[in-house]
Design a protein around this ligand. Sequence first.
Ligand SMILES: [Zn+2]
Ligand SMILES: [Zn+2]
Length: 351
Amino acid sequence: MNTTRTTPPRPVDVTAVFPEVAPLARTATRLHPRPGAPAPQDSSIGGPLLWPADEPWPHCDGLHTDGSYSLEAVQVERRVQARVAMNPDDPRAAQYTPEEKAILERLQRIDIDHEWPEGPVAMLPVAQLYARDIPLLRTLGPSGADLLQVLWCPLDHPEEFYMPRTAVVWRSAADVTDILTSPPGAHSVEFEEYVPVPCVLAPEEVTEYPNSSELSKELQEQLGDWSRWEAAAGVDSSYAPYPDSFYWSHLSVAPGWKVGGWPQWGYTDPAPRPCPACGTAMDPLLTIATFERDGEDDSWIPYEVQAASSSTGDRYRDVVQPTRVQIGSGYKQQLYICPAAPEHPHIELMQ
Ligand SMILES: [Zn+2]
Ligand SMILES: [Zn+2]
């Protein structure tokens, strides 16, 4: 199985057409998740964390409504989905192992409504990212940290609709000698889509430019002026009536899960993101995306999965929504970090 992912070069060098955006270039690391069987020593989405055995596991003490699904049952299905994705031609991959059968049979025997205890809810691993795979983390996180771990509460909170509450943990991997092997798990989850399919990653750095709504009014008008684009090689003339869409789709912000870069906007207009502790404007840390592509942005599809992205069924989904995570009705959850003091509380936005 091909394990690298290569984003094709942008169809146009935007800085040749609009030199004004050159100083705004930022590096983002696309994570390119694909279903797999990650270990605690791997960067992953929905994989096991390198967590010290003697450190308390994060719990959410928010006000919860009960979830509708058993976490254990959903995790069994997620493992099966990862297996099928890794072995698409082997019909046995879809069969439950004896261990998985035993879990599902045990869950059928209990009266779930009466077994779910109240109290703080164990959070669920969402992302584990090593700086050796994603060097950008060294500039975003606290000095000395080389491992970012993101967990979330798998239940919704009455005041925070449609977006799971996250915990962000930075650490030095070398400090973890004794690994926690059986982390606690919540009893129930709000949606199956809050439980990622275990995925390994193929991090790749790309260059991004701001969403047009973050540019000056003057520059926004120029982006919409077809005569500026016409002279550039590689511009698709079908965009002549709306050249700013060409910029939006192919030249500015990459789709999918990523670290750093520029935020995508669309659910709301750009809004200030001051640090709640010190007021400094915060930087994008992690984008948790429902989909690996947005609308017409086919040019961002890596070479290695272009064939699969034009197939159907599960193979298509493994490319477009490999984690099966869904935020709201198909949005992104953006986590921001304080550049002045990375240990300040993070904030999050849905876009
Ligand atoms: Zn919670
Ligand atoms: Zn701050």
